[in-house]
Design a protein around this ligand. Structure first.
Ligand code: AMP
Length: 209
């Protein structure tokens, strides 16, 4: 499927790359419940970047009731990753829609596997920085269970949380190592309060200016 994706999109690849070539791209990577979404909300308030969460983009598709959304929902309910081609295409479209007005992109929840990072770079561009939002599995589980009391999300239940954590440790964590070799990973200790996490993030983002 990977080669098919590259082959089919050979033409559009270049136009997206060209349009986004001056954009700052920040990947926000961390486990489920690590606080990626909350941190991104604080970042956009202060820095004005465009926040794109692949989880949110996928949930919008699910809520639209489309056939594609139904298939996505089945996968998300199991705590698994949806096919890369689908996520990347939706993300690329969302980035292109904001390319003219954005001062930079905060990409939250992507890449979830090394291959996703590689394909992103082929089709869109290279990340400037990767914020690694690091919290223990106990902390993440507690936060997700708490959120599940009100979020209405089909995947914020004990069984799916376990699977999401397994997916994270086996498939997503290697992404961090992959980008560490490029020197763009900034580890953020996400055990503390929202403010303490954001303070650490600001130090890293201010250094980018
Ligand atoms: P999140 O909102 O980031 O916790 O994502 C919720 C769910 O959406 C995940 O458990 C996956 O099923 C799916 N998902 C989100 N982002 C991606 C991605 N980059 N690749 C594959 N699946 C994703």
């Amino acid at each position: 499927m990977g080669s098919c994706l590259s082959h089919e999109n050979t033409k559009v690849d270049d136009s997206a790359k060209e349009k986004l070539k001056n954009s700052k791209i920040i990947f926000v990577v961390g486990g489920p419940g690590s606080g990626k979404g909350t941190t991104c909300e604080k970042i956009i308030e202060k820095y004005g970047y465009t926040h794109l969460s692949t989880g949110d983009i996928l949930r919008e598709e699910v809520n639209s009731g489309s056939e594609r959304g139904k298939k996505l929902s089945e996968i998300m309910e199991k705590g698994q990753l949806v096919p890369m081609a689908t996520v990347l295409e939706m993300l690329r479209e969302a980035m292109l829609a904001k390319a003219d007005t954005s001062t930079g992109f905060l990409i939250d929840g992507y890449p979830r596997e090394v291959k996703q990072g590689e394909e992103f770079e082929k089709m869109i561009g290279s990340p400037t920085l990767l914020l690694y939002i690091d919290a223990s599995s106990e902390t993440m589980t507690q936060r997700l269970l708490k959120r599940g009391e009100t979020s209405g999300r089909v995947d914020d239940n004990e069984e799916t949380i376990k699977k999401r954590l397994e997916t994270y440790y086996s498939i997503t964590e290697p992404v961090i190592k992959f980008y560490e070799s490029r020197g763009i990973v900034r580890k953020i200790n996400a055990e503390g309060t929202v403010e303490s996490v954001f303070e650490q993030v600001c130090v890293q983002l201010d250094a980018l200016k």
